[in-house]
Ligand binder design. Structure first.
Ligand code: FES
Ligand code: FES
Length: 156
């Protein structure tokens, strides 16, 4: 039986195309952080619980510690690095800043990506819908209230 241990993959991340050879067991979060040097997405658990590694792959919110890099071959990926352009924060990022929706900031990249995915499909979410959308993202600092407020304000 042939066992594939390495594979060359091509991905588009925040509009840039990358081709890399990766170990078949390499997690997507490690590929992004260590191979592409895109360290905005964080690792809080490696077990799919904290949401710090949340990104958007082909339009779908995923926890990148739960996906292999080779599964992303050919995919279009969005990470937090793709949000601000030329130093200009997006409305959502500015809202997080304005509403003090972060303290240590460790959860923030994942929160922003979850909120981005939510607002694309629901431009005026209720508080319940916002809380449901970020239920896979753990924040150990803020108590969530300001995060919910920030998302609500960005939607408005
Ligand atoms: S690092 Fe992926 S969910 Fe925690
Ligand atoms: S701001 Fe510290 S974990 Fe959320």
């Amino acid at each position: 039986m042939d066992v594939v241990s390495r594979k060359t993959i091509t991905v588009t991340v925040n509009g840039d195309s990358y081709e890399r050879e990766v170990d078949a067991r390499r997690l997507l979060i490690h590929f992004l952080r260590d191979d592409l040097d895109l360290t905005g997405s964080h690792i809080g658990c490696d077990t799919g619980n904290c949401g710090a590694c949340s990104i958007v792959v082909d339009g779908v919110l995923v926890k990148s510690c739960m996906m292999l890099a080779i599964q992303a071959d050919g995919a279009t990926i969005e990470t937090v690095e793709g949000m601000a352009r030329d130093g200009e924060l997006t409305t959502l990022q500015q809202s997080f800043s304005d509403h003090h929706a972060l303290q240590c900031g460790y959860c923030t990249p994942g929160m922003l990506m979850s909120a981005t995915a939510l607002l694309r499909t629901n431009s005026h979410p209720s508080e319940d819908e916002i809380r449901k959308a970020i239920q896979g993202n753990i924040c150990r600092c803020t108590g969530y209230i300001n995060i919910v407020e920030a998302i609500k304000a960005a939607a408005g």
